[in-house]
Design a binder for this molecule. Structure first.
Ligand SMILES: [Zn+2]
Length: 371
């Protein structure tokens, strides 16, 4: 295990934050898999899963079982992890400017097409090398001023040269689920099965430029722009939501780490005895068919259904009670599907998103992610 530290300017004189990456296997070996946790810094299920992964990967490296390369960043957001307001951790948004730490990553597709135009040939390997070098140059030239911009640049720099990228998050209260590019559904189906995902959400472009799309979309979009030359989908990524923020325990984290290690074996990054692939619990569905529940009124939120429940359209999922009048407002499911996530709040205001149901019929467009 090699340890690498990357300094992140903390935005004030004398202050520096540090990103730590652990590298397992031989540098440059393929497939290379990048795994990071807690980009939203107060999402701890990924962090504890990464702690188990670190121990397991170190043991497997000693046993000679790492055939590719694995790069692990257990704490992807030291900026967010240092944020605290009156005792409450704030890990999703940058207190400096309100920016969501997992939105607004650099989007290289247009500049990449210009950088490689007329230089791509019929050799797949040469094209991959050319595109990786062009992406590396674009990232180097990408301006960064704020701490969050430096952090984003450093994370993309670690992940972009890899074949596969896993970004470990969690929701407020949720069943296991993941997000990926529509063209990566097959690639990550074994991971979804091993983790026991109840929802598997796919999109070509979620509209928010999250981390996972910064490294994957340039490849897919380049291949659609230049259909006459072979350009593989050479960096595929997924955002894995390891249930809810309170789901932090060693038993679950150990099982999640085992599932990820099994996937690393599936893709050939690890050798050793492989556990059988379990049956998947869900099929991929469009992210544009995942519908939010919106609170129409202010009041006390009580749920009628647990996360991970399959529901029918108009099924009652929750109620909001006005504490002064006692009036109750029913919250009905906007579609049939998997009720996979809900808020941790129990007093809500009008317009607040209070849950998500993964349906099958696309019903939204544009910006598809949560704020
Ligand atoms: Zn997150």
């Amino acid at each position: 295990m090699k340890t690498e530290h990357i300094d992140i300017p903390a935005g004030s004189t004398g202050a520096v934050l540090q990103l730590t990456a652990f590298r397992f296997g031989k540098a440059g070996a393929r497939p290379s898999v990048y795994i990071q946790a807690a980009l939203h810094a107060d999402e701890i299920p990924g962090m504890i899963c990464a702690a188990h992964l670190r121990d397991e990967l170190a043991a497997r490296e000693v046993a000679g079982e790492i055939s590719g390369e694995v790069i692990l960043v257990p704490v992807a957001n030291p900026i967010g992890l240092s944020q605290d307001v009156l005792g409450n951790p704030i890990g999703r948004f940058d207190l400096a400017d309100g920016g969501n730490f997992n939105r607004g990553f650099p989007s290289f597709s247009t500049a990449l097409a210009e950088a490689v135009r007329g230089r791509l040939g019929l050799d797949v390997g040469e094209n991959v090398t050319l595109v990786r070098m062009a992406l590396g140059r674009l990232l180097t030239e990408c301006p960064a001023a704020t701490s969050a911009e430096h952090l984003k640049k450093a994370l993309v720099g670690l992940a972009m040269p890899c074949d596969l990228v896993l970004d470990l998050h969690c929701d407020a209260e949720a069943a296991m689920h993941l997000y990926t590019h529509s063209a990566s559904a097959m690639t990550f189906a074994p991971l979804a099965a091993r983790l026991g995902c109840k929802a598997f959400l796919v999109a070509e472009n979620s509209g928010g430029d999250p981390f996972d799309e910064a490294v994957s979309r340039p490849w897919f979009e380049l291949s659609t722009q230049f259909p006459d030359v072979p350009i593989p989908f050479a960096c595929q990524s997924t955002t894995v939501e390891l249930r809810g923020q309170g789901d932090v325990c060693d038993e679950m984290a150990r099982a999640d780490a085992e599932a990820i290690l099994g996937f690393l074996q599936d893709v050939g990054a690890l050798t050793g005895k492989k556990s059988p692939l379990p049956a998947s619990l869900c099929n991929p569905t469009p992210l544009s068919a995942s519908l939010p529940l919106i609170a129409p009124v202010c009041g006390i939120l009580t749920y009628r259904r647990d996360v991970g429940t399959r529901v029918v359209e108009s099924e009652k999922l929750a109620e909001i009670t006005d504490p002064l009048t006692g009036q109750r407002t029913e919250i009905l499911s906007p579609c049939a599907g998997m009720f996979f996530a809900r808020t941790a709040l129990r007093f809500v205001k009008p317009g607040r998103r209070i849950g998500k149901v993964a349906g099958v019929t696309p019903a939204r467009s544009g910006y598809l992610l949560s704020p």
